[in-house]
Each structure stands twice: as structure tokens, then as C-alpha cells.
Ligand binder design. Structure first.
Ligand SMILES: *Cc1c(COP(=O)(O)O)cnc(C)c1O
Length: 322
């Protein structure tokens, strides 16, 4: 048995989106609500951290050290779980400390995380430095990579795929936002192990498709190895669309704004400006282009991120009052 700490509220709901389906003229749309994993506004990192934190605790760690952008959902979920488990948390964040403190970064401080500020370029160096300092100070640090995307974290989404199968909603496609590759790797491996007949399509948030395919395949294969399964995934069987990179990482543009408003106004569902807004914009565009068959059933795997809606500049750009 691979160690896991049960922290998320599972299973997350799997719901139909009938009004969005009508608004887009089909195919039939569903949503898997991993924005409702239950910990501190939810999100996909909680599933990965159930495995990663079990590994950390087994090794005697007392401090979690991880990394992300200023509005990192991964850092927010890590900080919340550190608090819950009575561990310390150090977050290396790229961005401006003087920035309007709202959304995820506000929550990080409520959970008592220590914030270390850096630039995008210096981030990896600063992460190593923060880890080394914590080590020398006897804090027993444990390093969690960007997005908790290592083979251990991937197991959270292999389990998530099994959970989806058990919910017995038959779909042809799973559409998911893909960035550090762990989520898609877990779903793709889960699908392969289950001999699932549908397809998992990652909408790339910030990487060229070829790079992301290689990374998904590598993580999935290494995770399979951890499970004692002999299957391997190759890049060519990983489906990634990188047509929706827009203005770059964390830059919300018109397609994301339209998607956020459409999900909200038809289904009362909240997306986020960075990941699910972009992935949904991609799905909407693919629907309009006739990529799916009218008889297809398409599941949008919601990965969370909604606290960033309240951060600037997103909130101001989305507000449509006077
Ligand atoms: C991290 C994140 C993703 C991307 O997941 P990866 O496993 O890094 O590919 C998608 N959506 C949200 C809201 C996230 O926070």
C-alpha cells in the first residue's frame, strides 16, 4: 500500500451542465467538481498532496517548502494542509510583495505560511536556498516541486480517475487544464490502467504541446512504476492542445473572460482566471469549431483556482457593474 493521508472531501460531485450545453448547442457537457475537494476553497493539488504529504510525514518532515506564482493555488492548498497537519510551511513566491494582497496570497498568510519573495528567473535558486536554510536550522524541511507534480503526486489523479469511473457517468472526452503535467498524467495513467475507451485531452496553460506531452508521459510512466504496473505511456499517445496559450501564463484575456462569464451565467459555476478559465475557453472554441461529435459526451474536469477571481487585476477586469 502506498501511504496516503485522507484530507480531501471525496468523491467530488460529477454534475451535468444542461444550460451550458444548450447555450453552446451541444455536445452534452458534464463537470467534475475538483474545485470542491474541501480544503481551503478546494482544487486539484489537494488530491496530489494526500500522497505527497504522507511521504513527507513518513520521512519525519516538519516543514513543507514549495514554490509557485503569487496567486499559486498549489501554494495555498499546501499552506492550508500544513496548518491542518501541524507542520510549518515556507512558500517561495515569484511576484511583487507590495501587490494588492488578495486571493490566494492573502489565504497563504492566514494559514501562517512564511513567504519568501523572488522573481520568476531566480525562483529555483531561491527554492534551493530556502530549503538549505531550513535544513541548517533543524526544521526538517521537505521539498514539494511546482504543482506537486512528481510521480507520488500523480497517484492522486490515478485515484481520481477510479473515482470518476465509480460514478458511472459515461463520457467520451475528459477536458482538463494542464500545466505542470501531474493532473493529466494521473488521469491518462488511470484511463490506461482501466482500459477506458474515452480520451483525456489536456488544454495547455503555458507550455508547447510537444513539451507537455513528454512530461505527462514521463510522469505517468514513473507513477505506473511506483504502482508496480508495467505499463508505459509515450508522448504520442498523450493528447494536448496548445492553441490557447493567449498572452502567456496568468494573463487573462478575452477568451478566458468570456468562458468565466458563460459558466457563471448559465450554470452558476465559478472558473478561475489562470487555469480553468483558459481550459474552458479552449473547450468552448473546440465546440464551436465542431471538434466534438454532436452525440459526444464531454466532461470538463474542474481543477479549482477560484480564489484568484478576487485578486487584481482579474477582479477589476471581470467586474461588470457600474
Ligand atoms: C495547478 C493547477 C492546474 C494544473 O494542474 P497540473 O497538475 O499542474 O497540470 C489546473 N488548474 C488549477 C486551478 C491549478 O491550480
Amino acid at each position: 500500500m502506498i501511504p496516503r493521508i485522507l484530507l480531501a472531501h471525496l468523491p467530488t460531485p460529477l454534475e451535468a451542465m444542461p444550460r451550458l450545453t444548450v447555450a453552446l448547442g451541444g455536445p452534452r457537457l458534464f463537470v467534475k467538481r475538483d474545485d470542491q475537494t474541501g480544503v481551503a476553497f478546494g482544487g486539484n493539488k489537494t488530491r496530489k498532496l494526500e500522497y505527497v504529504l504522507a511521504e513527507a510525514q513518513a520521512g519525519g518532515a516538519r516543514t513543507l517548502v514549495t514554490v509557485g506564482g503569487i496567486q499559486s493555488n498549489h501554494c495555498r492548498q499546501t499552506a492550508a494542509l500544513a496548518a491542518r497537519l501541524g507542520m510549518r510551511c515556507i512558500l517561495v513566491l515569484s511576484g511583487e510583495p507590495a501587490y494588492n494582497p488578495n486571493g490566494n496570497v492573502l489565504l497563504d498568510t492566514l494559514f501562517g505560511a512564511k513567504l519568501v519573495w523572488t522573481t520568476r528567473e531566480e525562483r529555483d535558486k531561491m527554492l534551493t536556498y530556502a530549503f538549505d536554510v531550513a535544513w541548517e536550522e533543524g526544521d526538517r524541511p521537505f521539498l514539494i516541486p511546482l504543482g506537486a507534480s512528481n510521480p507520488t503526486g500523480v497517484l492522486g489523479y490515478v485515484t481520481a480517475f477510479q473515482e470518476f469511473v465509480a460514478q458511472q457517468v459515461d463520457v467520451d472526452w475528459i477536458i482538463v487544464a494542464s500545466s505542470s503535467a501531474g493532473t493529466q498524467a494521473g488521469l491518462a495513467l488511470g484511463a490506461k490502467l482501466a482500459n477506458w475507451r474515452g480520451k483525456v485531452l489536456g488544454i495547455s496553460i503555458d507550455h508547447p504541446a510537444a513539451e507537455l506531452q513528454v512530461e505527462v508521459a514521463r510522469l505517468a510512466s514513473e507513477a505506473a512504476d511506483r504502482l508496480g504496473e508495467s505499463v508505459k505511456l509515450v508522448a504520442a499517445e498523450v493528447l494536448v492542445n496548445d492553441d490557447y496559450l493567449g498572452g502567456g501564463y496568468a494573463v487573462m484575456g478575452e477568451p478566458e473572460i468570456e468562458a468565466i462569464k458563460l459558466f457563471a451565467s448559465t450554470e452558476g459555476l465559478l472558473l478561475d482566471p489562470v487555469y480553468t478559465g483558459r481550459a474552458a475557453a479552449g473547450m468552448i472554441d473546440l465546440i464551436r469549431k465542431g471538434f466534438f461529435k454532436p452525440t459526444d459526451r464531454v466532461l470538463f474536469w474542474h481543477t479549482g483556482g477560484t480564489p484568484a477571481l478576487f485578486a487584481e487585476p482579474y477582479a477589476r477586469m471581470l467586474y461588470s457593474g457600474d
